[in-house]
Structure formats: C-alpha cells, structure tokens
Design a protein around this ligand. Structure first.
Ligand code: PMP
Ligand code: GLN
Length: 378
C-alpha cells in the first residue's frame, strides 16, 4: 500500500505520554490539565443527558450554543458573527482545522505555515494535495518575519495558517503583526486560517489580538477555537470555527461528512456555562499564576527559560545540562529524571533543533513542585 502520509508516524504527544506512563514520569509533555473542569459544568452534562439530549445534534451545532458563541465573540472582539451562517461547532479544534483546509485547498495550491507549528496542519494540507510552504519564525522570540512571508507569498498561495498565542513557543502577536498581515492581504488573494485555541491564555495584562478584531481580515478568515483549552476539558473534543458565510458554507460541506455533528450533551452544557463570563475572564490570571510559580521553581535549575507571554507551555534551553539533540534529551529526561517533556524540533518539518524543550504547566501546584524538584537535581 502506498501511504498517503509517508512522513507521518505516531504523534510526539502520544509517544511522550506513553513513555511517561511506562516510566512513571511526571507528564509535562502532552498539553492537558491534570485538574478537573468546574463541577457545575459536569452537572450540566449530566442534566443534559438525563433530559434526553443524547441523539445527534444539528450538523452545524446546537443553535443555542452558536448563539452564545456569537455573543461572546462580540463581547470580546467587537465582531458579531451570525450564528446561522458564520458559526460552526466541531469535534475539537482539530476537526475545524482539518475541515477548513480541506474546504479550500485544491491540489497544487500553496499553503503557508509559520514554523515551528502545531503538528496537525501539514498532514491536512498534504491530504488535500496542497503544497506546504514553510517560513521559519525568528528564534528565540518566535516573532513573524513579515518580509520573508511577503517574499514567499504568490498568487497561488491559497491559505496562510497562523497561530497566536503560539504552540509550542507561547509567543503572542503584537498589533504590528495584524497591521503587517492586513497590508499583505491588499497585495495577495490568500485566505487565512487563524488557530486561536489559546485565546484565554495571554498574560501580563495584555489582550488577545484576535483576527476578528480587524474586519478586513475577518472577511477572509476561518478563526478556530477550542472549549477543551478554555474549560479544562480536552477529552470532550468540542471546538468551533467562525468564518464569513461563503467560507462557512464550504466548511460545513466538509464538516457534514467528516463528523456530521458534535457530542450533544456537551454542547448543551457548554451553552449554559458560557453565561459564566468569570470563568474565561479569569483564565489568564489563573494560568499566569501557574507560569510564575513554575518559573520561580525552576530558577535554581540549569534550565534557561524563554519568555512565555501566552499559552500553557514554557520553553527551556538545556545546553548547560546536555548537548544531545532535543528528541534524545526529552526521552532521557523522561526515563532518567522522571519528567516527560516535548522536544521542539518535532514542530519543524526539517527537524531544525535549537536545543529547546517544551513543558506544559497546566498542572496542579503539587505536580509542578514535584517536577521542579526533579529538574533542579540535574
Ligand atoms: N491547535 C493548537 C495550537 C493546539 O495546541 C491544539 C491542542 N493541542 C489544537 C489545535 C487542537 O485542539 P482540540 O483538542 O480542541 O482538537
Ligand atoms: N495540543 C496538545 C499539545 O500541543 C496535544 C494534542 C494532542 O495530543 N493531539 O500538547
């Protein structure tokens, strides 16, 4: 059988979580919280199930949930997507990313990705017959080199994929990034896929600069988010996509045959829970406190931490401990030091390795303390 994805193996997230389990290591690799979601949210799922909401939801998502997503979007970003024609509920952001790419990328189309990037983008591009065009983010601040982006854009660039706050680096866009992108849209006809799953994890009092805050950009964009990140429910796999009507129509054709619809009781529960603004408005402070604790705990270690303005990921250089490649170092750290992490080189198509690893700090204080204790011994 000729593989359609010859370069794809098991994802690093499965690999490292499995290795962590095998060696009893503290798992700071795959990004997920080790604490529970709000109990009231679980009660709402239970209530929805007992009320009989256990059959297929409408394919685009429950109307009440789409309505609540629209209202929240207007409140936060000043943009009111129409719930009937511009909002689609998906089975995680992963499905939304895949559906958006499949909806607009034709064989031979160029799709620009800024590297390092989340690992689901490129396989989705390749399955659609698209040609990924890689532009590196600047190291070590992971800012966008807009001149390079402009140099690599062509009239055949169908889609530009962006991600702020950024996995794996934690970098967040500045207002000048949105301005630079807006200027390029006047020269080239590309569409935009904006992965904003970490929208509620921007720190130090800064706002999240959603693409939806710029109407000219929103007009040509799919904007994707995930309830998994915001509500500590990565296992529920509920996300959504906001896009103008013409793009949403194409998006929904793919969504209809990819999953058709998303788990009904979760949608009911999330629709009710979205009224609780406090949860997401206090999320930046909640995660900033974890970032600050982890930073403080690692201060005496030999790891050199890079700035983390957003997400629940902390990058670190380990050159004072070892000069081995980051994949090898991550496996060694898991087996020998008992802390599992993610090597950042796997987010680059060519394995470019700066000797940097990623810690996930979406963990209980006791987990972070136990991990730091081990890491400070190195
Ligand atoms: N995009 C990025 C940047 C992510 O980090 C993740 C979660 N790992 C996703 C998309 C996928 O989100 P979901 O779990 O909702 O599918
Ligand atoms: N987004 C998570 C991360 O970056 C992993 C999601 C997954 O395991 N597919 O760690």
């Amino acid at each position: 059988l000729q593989s359609k994805l010859p370069r794809v193996g098991t994802t690093i997230f499965s690999t490292m979580s499995q290795l962590a389990q095998q060696h009893g290591a503290i798992n700071l690799s795959q990004g997920f919280p080790d604490f529970n979601c709000p109990p009231a949210l679980m009660d709402l799922v239970n209530e929805a199930m007992h009320a009989g909401h256990n059959q297929y939801a409408p394919s685009p998502g429950l109307p009440v949930l789409r309505q609540k997503i629209s209202e929240k979007t207007q409140l936060l970003y000043g943009y009111l997507p129409h719930p009937d024609t511009e909002v689609t509920v998906t089975s995680g952001a992963t499905e939304a990313l895949f559906a958006a790419i499949a909806a607009v990328v034709h064989p031979g189309d160029e799709v620009m990705v800024l590297e390092p990037c989340y690992d689901s983008y490129v396989p989705a591009i390749e399955l659609s017959g698209g040609v990924p065009v890689f532009v590196p983010l600047r190291f070590p601040d992971f800012s966008v080199d807009w001149q390079q982006v402009e140099d690599r854009l062509t009239q055949k660039t169908r889609l530009l994929i962006i991600n702020s706050p950024h996995n794996p680096s934690g970098a967040v866009w500045q207002p000048t990034d949105l301005e630079a992108l807006a200027r390029l849209t006047q020269k080239f006809p590309f569409l935009i896929l904006s992965d904003e799953v970490y929208e509620h994890m921007v720190f130090d009092g800064k706002p999240h600069l959603s693409l939806l805050t710029v109407p000219a950009l929103a007009q040509r964009a799919f904007v994707v988010s995930s309830f998994g990140k915001t509500y500590h429910t990565t296992g529920w796999k509920v996300g959504y996509c906001i896009a103008p009507p013409a793009l949403t129509a194409e998006f929904r054709k793919v969504h209809q045959y990819l999953t058709f619809s998303t788990a009904t009781p979760f949608q009911h529960a999330l629709a009710s829970f979205l009224d609780n603004q406090e949860h997401y408005l206090t999320l930046p402070a909640f995660y900033q406190q974890k970032r600050d604790l982890f930073t403080q705990l690692l201060a005496p270690s030999k790891f050199e931490l890079l700035p983390c303005p957003g997400t629940y990921f902390q990058l670190a250089r380990y050159s004072k401990i070892s000069s081995t490649p980051d994949v090898e170092f991550s496996k060694w750290l898991t087996k020998e030091a008992g802390v599992a992490v993610i090597p950042v080189s796997v987010f680059n198509h060519d394995g470019l390795d700066h000797g940097v690893i990623r810690f996930c700090f979406a963990k209980k204080e006791e987990t972070l303390r136990a991990a730091a204790e081990r890491l400070c011994l190195l």
